[in-house]
Design a protein around this ligand. Structure first.
Ligand SMILES: Cc1cc2nc3c(=O)[nH]c(=O)nc-3n(C[C@H](O)[C@H](O)[C@H](O)COP(=O)(O)O)c2cc1C
Length: 412
């Protein structure tokens, strides 16, 4: 494949990954993912972020570089915005091919270059305020954006073209479908990338939302014409769109998200499932958007994405060995770990003799700042009175969620 010019002197040299592997060993990517590297050509040549040897990515990168008449040994700098191995995995191989190249990374990145790749020569630590002049008008400015996604993360800004290369920030799952640019994909594909950016955000970046907000503040002082992240579309038509989207996603942690209810249910013998129907009818009576998941069947990646953008959550699960039905505990633990705060929540479920699920649920969610609608536990199968109550609780939750204003232009 050939390199793709983004703007004068900056080219995409990444990889469109299609694989059955899981991203980070845990997130499904049935629609692929891209690992974007960029080469910036002044008198000196810099590659910003690399790839790992995954589904042919390293070969693609070198072929694309060569399509510009550049060989690895011509490269002067490897700029590493972020040391996660999806962007650095082939660093050692590239470094050995490129005898003169210097590694530029954040000050916190320097020890990680040593730890992951055993390299400490020709490694320079930079920070906010530092610049690197490549010649021919190409000047790189560096900005620390810690914890978006690791503590060492930085962003690189090429001033003459006003191009921001922020690595994982503003990224998305989803392989390219023919174009790498936001201004040449269809509206339907924008919808696809929007869902995949939400899933990426909720899976990867969500817990660092306060750092995302700080990064947007820091980078907000820049005039940005192009955003070239390390995963997903290159935003040259409307870069504001992805900034706004990330701003909204990050703020979901600080205030109720969108007027939508994510429902997560697990049931061994169908009694809890019976009550789910009544809850759903109650929600439907108020016309609120829902998304329904079953544990353990549905993957947590999709559950997290839905939970992240929903103001309302419903958990339905029975008691199991005096605690919560274990697949629900697993899902809830991930939701808590990802810091899906500020939700309106209703929980229900069946028990056989003692119960216990509710107690564990209450203990787990203690710090989540969730508004709890009175839970509904019942012994064995639900009675008609139980089902009426379930309908009412569903409707009550939906009425509360309906009041939450829409934040994302593209919602639902
Ligand atoms: C392996 C197992 C362990 C259970 N442990 C408890 C328990 O500790 N306390 C309790 O009250 N019920 C317990 N139950 C009973 C279930 O909570 C009860 O059957 C419930 O109706 C199951 O709901 P479901 O039909 O939605 O799966 C257990 C059931 C199973 C199969």
């Amino acid at each position: 494949m050939k390199a793709i010019e983004i703007v004068d002197g900056i080219h995409w040299i990444g990889a469109n990954i299609s694989t059955n592997d899981l991203f980070e060993g845990m997130w499904p990517i049935p629609h692929g993912v891209t690992i974007n590297s960029y080469v910036i050509i002044g008198e000196k040549i810099a590659i910003v972020d690399l790839v790992r040897d995954w589904a042919g990515a390293s070969t693609y990168l070198i072929d694309e570089l060569r399509s510009l008449g550049i060989n690895p040994q011509d490269v002067d700098y490897f700029i590493l915005n972020h040391l996660e191995p999806d962007h650095t995995g082939d660093l050692r191989a590239m470094y050995e091919l490129s005898e003169k190249a210097e590694i530029i990374t954040s000050k916190k990145g320097v020890p990680l270059v040593q730890a992951f790749y055993g390299l400490n020569e020709k490694v320079r630590g930079v920070g906010s305020g530092d610049t690197l002049d490549l010649g021919k008008g190409k000047i790189l400015h560096f900005f620390d954006i810690p914890n978006v996604h690791w503590p060492e993360t930085m962003a690189t800004y090429e001033a003459s073209t006003k191009t921001l290369l922020p690595c994982d920030a503003f990224g998305s799952f989803g392989a390219f479908k023919g174009s790498i640019f936001d201004d040449s994909v269809s509206q339907a594909d924008h919808k696809f990338y929007e869902r995949e950016s939400l899933r990426y955000y909720a899976n990867i970046v969500g817990p660092y939302s306060s750092s995302v907000l700080k990064a947007i503040e820091v980078l907000g002082s820049l005039e940005i014409k192009i955003i070239a992240p390390s995963h997903g579309l290159v935003w040259r038509g409307n870069p504001t769109r992805i900034i706004e989207r990330y701003l909204v996603y990050a703020n979901y942690m600080n205030y109720y998200a969108e007027p939508k209810i994510s429902i997560i249910c697990g049931s061994m013998y169908g009694h809890t499932e019976l009550m789910l129907r009544a809850v759903l009818q109650g929600i439907a009576s108020e016309g609120v958007l829902t998304e329904i998941f079953r544990v353990p069947n549905d993957h947590i990646s999709y559950i997290l994405a839905s939970v992240w953008e929903s103001a309302g959550l419903v958990f339905g699960m029975p008691t199991y060995e005096y605690k919560m039905y274990p697949p629900m505990r697993d899902a809830l633990t991930q939701i808590i770990h990802k810091k899906a705060m500020h939700k309106k929540v209703f929980r229900f479920g069946s028990f056989g003799w003692s119960g216990g699920a509710q107690k564990e649920f209450d203990a787990l969610i203690e710090k989540m700042k969730w508004d709890i609608i009175e839970p509904l536990e019942f012994q064995g199968g639900p009675t008609d009175a139980d089902l009426d109550l379930a309908f009412e609780r569903g409707a009550t939750l939906a009425r509360e969620v309906k009041q939450i204003p829409i934040k994302l232009k593209e919602f639902p």
